[in-house]
Design a protein around this ligand. Structure first.
Ligand code: NAI
Length: 302
């Protein structure tokens, strides 16, 4: 089988100055993509800024014979998103791939969390995903081609103590994906989500050092690169990746029960049937909200 290649493709990787983003950028560039290495260059908490992180990765790509340019805008503003996409257009004349990866952490128990911890984390992760994708989408639509990757987290999917702000922002990106998969389909814009696990400066705050060392970002990037490839025809899928483990995570709804609404439904009806309501045997995912609404409305005729 032929190699998966990105020759002639232009990619933006946000937050590519280190960690997972750097690894994604290096892999895409090694397979022929021209890459915009975006990074604000601040701290894990989202303070400060600088050009060194993005510049270093651009140098690494060029040293390996690849093509890349740096961009230092924050993803957390509308203008930042536009400027990042403009960098791709100015340098390479088009845009095919967007990996929304930039991120920060401001972990605290919910009791101690302050407004700034919520605002900053939502601004970088959730609004950041909006800002860059909003600027990229019309360009991809014009070309009738696009591959967009959102980066979620198992915190958003399943919960983690001390990460209320982060989990809410990260699951928001899944909601964004589910609408964009519908709005992008006609234009060959496919939108998928990665839920990674890797040792980076971000996870160094919560993982023991040997684990950080072992869980290499390079073990995640092949999945992300596949999601950005022409070969990928999926859209609206959450893939998990880390340490060589790969899987699909999905939102499902159980088969449920249908009570007779016309006869009136009491709290006791719910109490008596709660076990059946919660059952997941026979659970299924839905392609879009209308499919789920159709099932609900069908209960009227049950
Ligand atoms: P990292 O801290 O090494 O990389 C994040 C990069 O984003 C940094 O280089 C940082 O400078 C950049 N950045 C921060 N704010 C920015 C902004 N406003 N604009 C542009 N760039 C900005 O962390 P890591 O682990 O590589 O994280 C990458 C993504 O993966 C994040 O979205 C993170 O939430 C997500 N993630 C990582 C997991 C892991 O196990 N490492 C687990 C689940 C999700």
């Amino acid at each position: 089988m032929a190699e998966v290649r990105f020759d002639g493709r232009v990619a933006i990787v946000t937050g590519a100055g280190g960690g997972l983003g750097r690894s994604h950028a290096l892999l895409l560039a090694s397979r022929g993509a021209k890459v915009v290495v975006n990074d604000l260059g601040g701290t894990v908490e989202g303070t400060g800024a600088g050009s060194a992180a993005a510049d270093k990765v651009v140098e690494e790509i060029r040293a390996a014979g690849g093509e890349a340019v740096a961009n230092y805008n924050g993803v957390d503003t509308w203008e930042g998103g536009e400027a990042i996409v403009k960098t791709a257009l100015d340098a390479f004349g088009k845009l095919d791939i967007l990996i929304n990866n930039a991120g920060i952490l401001r972990d605290k128990s919910f009791m101690k969390m302050e407004e700034i911890d919520v605002d900053k984390v939502i601004a970088v992760h959730l609004k950041g995903g909006f800002n860059v994708t909003k600027a990229a989408f019309p360009v991809m639509r014009e070309n009738n081609y696009g591959r967009i990757v959102m980066t979620t987290s198992n915190t958003g999917l399943y919960g983690n103590f001390g990460q209320a702000n982060y989990g809410a922002a990260k699951l928001g990106l899944v909601g964004l994906m589910h609408t964009l998969k519908l709005e992008g389909a006609r234009y060959n814009i496919l939108v998928n989500t990665i839920a990674p696990i890797a040792g980076t400066r971000m996870t160094a705050t919560v993982m023991p050092p040997d684990m950080v060392e072992k869980l290499k970002p390079e073990y995640v990037s092949p999945m992300v690169a596949y999601m950005c490839s022409e070969e990928c025809t999926d859209t609206g899928i959450i893939f998990t990746a880390g340490a060589g483990y790969f899987s699909r995570a999905v939102m499902v709804e159980g088969p449920g029960i249908a009570l007779n609404a016309q006869k009136g439904i009491t709290v006791e009806d719910i109490r008596d049937r709660i076990g059946d309501i919660k059952k997941l045997e026979g659970a299924q995912p839905f392609g879009q909200s209308n499919e789920e609404i159709a099932r609900i409305v069908a209960a009227l005729n049950a």
